[in-house]
Design a protein around this ligand. Structure first.
Ligand code: MG
Length: 345
C-alpha cells in the first residue's frame, strides 16, 4: 500500500482506538432515543426524513482531505471538483433519489493559489449544473492545515420508492451494475507512474471521474422491484457486509460472476496484484449493489441494460443469517470473504 492509501487507512478509517464503523454505530446508539427518530433514518447512503408534502428529503455529506483522499501528485483540480460532486450524487442514487441542492464547505490552506481553486470550483459547478443541482450555500475558511472540501447534497424521493440497505429478503438475487476493481487498479497505476500509459486511462478515469448511477438508481427505485440498494464505495466485501448487517441476512457471493474488466485484469497482472482483491477490497467503484426477487430478473436487466445503458450482473444470493457471509470459489468450494483494508482486525 502506498502513502496515500495508507494515510486513508489510518486517518480516515481509524482515529485513536476507534474504527470508522464502530464510531458510526456508537453515534447511532447515542441518538436512538431521539423523539424524532421514527421519522428520520440514518445508516444508509443518505439520511432521510419526511418533509412537508409528499416527498422524503434525502441528505448526504462527503468530505475529502488533501493527502488523505487525494494527492496533487495524481489528481488535478478539475478532477477533484468533479469527484466531490460525483460521490455525493452516488449516495443519492443509492436511495433512488433525485438530487436537488448542494452546500459547499471549503477549507483552504493560506497559500492555496487561485489557479488551483478556480478550475476546481468551475468543474464542481459544471457537474452540479449537469445534474440540475443548485449550489445553495456553504462556507469558505482558511486554515494552516491541508485543503479540505465538503459537499452536502440534498435530494428527494417518494416515500414508497425510497430504497434502504435494510430490506433485503432471503431468496433475493444480488445484482451489481458496471464492473468492479477498476478504480483501485487506477490508484495503484497513478502511484506507480508519473504518466500512466494511455491504454490504462479507462482505469484512472474510474478513480478520478466515477459516473454516479443516478438514472439507474431512479429507474430501479421507480420500478418497485428492488428490495435493498446501496452504492459501492468501500469495496464489495465491505459493502456486502453492510447490506447483510442492515438486513439481518446472510450473503452467498459467487466469485466467478464478479464483473472485472479486461483492463483491470491486465493492470493487475502488470502490477503483480490479484484482480479479485481489487474488486472485493479496492473501494471507490460507485456502482450500485441491490437485491430483488429472482422473478424480476428480466425486468431488472431491461431497466439497467436497455434503459440506463449499463451492464448488470447477478453475483450472489441473499441467504438466511445463520449461513453467514461467504463466497463460492470457481471450483465450487466455500470460502470466507476477505476483510479488506476497510475492516482491520
Ligand atoms: Mg454510499
Amino acid at each position: 500500500m502506498g502513502r496515500v492509501r495508507q494515510a486513508r487507512k489510518t486517518t480516515a478509517r481509524r482515529s485513536g482506538d476507534w474504527q470508522e464503523f464502530q464510531l458510526i454505530d456508537w453515534i447511532r446508539q447515542c441518538t436512538q432515543n431521539q423523539a424524532i427518530r421514527r421519522e428520520i433514518h440514518i445508516g444508509d447512503d443518505a439520511s432521510s426524513y419526511r418533509a412537508s408534502g409528499t416527498m422524503n428529503e434525502l441528505v448526504t455529506c462527503d468530505a475529502m482531505i488533501e493527502d488523505v483522499h487525494w494527492s496533487w501528485d495524481w489528481c488535478d483540480p478539475r478532477s477533484l471538483g468533479y469527484k466531490i460532486v460525483a460521490v455525493n450524487l452516488s449516495d443519492i442514487a443509492a436511495m433512488g433519489g433525485i438530487p436537488k441542492r448542494a452546500h459547499l464547505v471549503l477549507a483552504l490552506p493560506w497559500q492555496q493559489k487561485k489557479a488551483v481553486v478556480q478550475p476546481m470550483l468551475r468543474s464542481l459547478i459544471k457537474t452540479l449544473n449537469r445534474h440540475q443541482v443548485v449550489l445553495a450555500g456553504g462556507d469558505t475558511v482558511f486554515s494552516s492545515g491541508p485543503m479540505m472540501i465538503t459537499l452536502t447534497l440534498q435530494g428527494e424521493v417518494a416515500p414508497q420508492e425510497m430504497l434502504l440497505r435494510s430490506q433485503a429478503k432471503e431468496g433475493d438475487l444480488l445484482f451489481v451494475t458496471g464492473d468492479l476493481g477498476a478504480a483501485a487498479a487506477g490508484l495503484d497505476l497513478l502511484k506507480q507512474y508519473k504518466k500512466v500509459p494511455s491504454h490504462y486511462t479507462v482505469l484512472t478515469k474510474k478513480l478520478l471521474a466515477p459516473i454516479p448511477r443516478v438514472e439507474a438508481g431512479r429507474l430501479l427505485a421507480h420500478s418497485g422491484k428492488v428490495h435493498a440498494m446501496l452504492d459501492l464505495s468501500d469495496g464489495l466485501a465491505g459493502d456486502v457486509r453492510h447490506l447483510a448487517k442492515a438486513s439481518q441476512v446472510g450473503i452467498r457471493l459467487y466469485t466467478e460472476y464478479i464483473p472485472i474488466a479486461l483492463a483491470t485484469r491486465v493492470a493487475a497482472r502488470h502490477l503483480k496484484k490479484d484482480p479479485l482483491f481489487y474488486a472485493l477490497c479496492g473501494g471507490e467503484d460507485y456502482e450500485l449493489l441491490f437485491t430483488a426477487s429472482p422473478k424480476y430478473t428480466s425486468e431488472i436487466f431491461r431497466l439497467v441494460q436497455d434503459k440506463a445503458k449499463l451492464s448488470c450482473h447477478i453475483i450472489g444470493q441473499v441467504v438466511n443469517k445463520r449461513q453467514g457471509i461467504y463466497q463460492i470459489l470457481p471450483n465450487g468450494s466455500r470460502a470466507p470473504l476477505p476483510a479488506g483494508w476497510q475492516h482491520p482486525a
